[in-house]
Design a protein around this ligand. Structure first.
Ligand code: ADP
Ligand code: MG
Length: 240
């Protein structure tokens, strides 16, 4: 689905990504963990070209990422992204949030887009919120709406960048449950998170990043029970 080959990226003199190699198969769930500032968000942003890279290449569905224009827009429409801050359109109803992209970008009929939006709201457990504004929802509900909005574009890949970090503790599990169900449904996912329980139960592979490098990649059982690198042992010692 997506592969990063020798990817490097700097912001000025600050080298943020070095020799990143990561390949994600269709249907695979890769959870990315690592200390703050290790480059996790930057790597996600490079995958849908919200950032450009200085070295290496990124292939999406076997082809290099388009540089710009219609090709890039088409590629981005196939990649759903969910951030820490929910980024819903504040002055639009939840239903509008879900139908806007499909209608304007994909050219779907409004009625069709609404039908699909209601299905997705049902799936994430907030069917009754369709006509509300984002601020009328709890943080957990807003994040579930943001996931549903991403899914409304029928993505083939979903990127999550710390989707539960801004949530009150009691709302984290409702969002993780939606993500777990999505993972079980066969969606290809790259998930940056500090939720180690989620990583252990939902990941096919864990990629551990430190100082802009992927230090270790392993199935969760292997990674959590027997990390091979000193950096990973140190990190796990502090978060577990
Ligand atoms: P993480 O998500 O793992 O916390 P980030 O990818 O956000 O790490 O950041 C990695 C490094 O890149 C940090 O040193 C951060 O300050 C820097 N960085 C991120 N985005 C920018 C930017 N737009 N301009 C300059 N530096 C940036
Ligand atoms: Mg980050």
């Amino acid at each position: 689905m997506v592969s990063l080959e020798g990817v490097g990226k700097s912001f000025g003199a600050n080298r943020v990504l070095s020799d990143i190699n990561l390949s994600v198969e269709s249907g695979e769930v890769v959870v990315v963990i690592g200390p703050s500032g290790s480059g996790k968000s930057t790597m996600c942003r490079c995958i849908n070209r919200l950032e450009t890279i200085d070295e290496g290449r990124i292939l999406f569905e076997g082809r290099p990422l388009p540089a710009e224009g219609r090709e890039l827009a088409r590629m981005r429409a196939r990649v759903g992204m969910v951030f820490q801050s929910f980024n819903l359109f504040a002055h639009r109803t939840i239903l509008d949030n879900l139908t806007l992209g499909p209608v304007t970008v994909l050219g779907r009929k409004r009625s069709q887009a609404e039908e699909r939006a209601r299905e997705l709201l049902e799936r994430v457990g907030i069917a009754d919120k369709a006509d509300q504004l984002p601020r009328q929802l709890s943080g957990g509900q807003q994040q579930r709406a943001a996931i549903a909005r991403a899914l409304a574009m029928d993505p083939v890949l979903m990127l999550f960048d710390e989707p539960t970090s801004a949530l009150d503790p009691e709302m984290i599990s409702e969002v993780l449950d939606v993500m777990r169900a999505l993972a079980s449904s066969g969606m290809t996912m790259i998930v940056v998170t500090h939720e180690m329980g989620f990583a252990r139960s939902a990941a096919d592979r864990v990629a551990f990043m430190a100082d802009g490098r992927i230090v270790e990649t392993a199935p969760p059982a292997t990674f959590f029970d027997a990390p091979t690198s000193e950096r990973a042992r140190d990190f796990l010692g502090r978060v577990l």
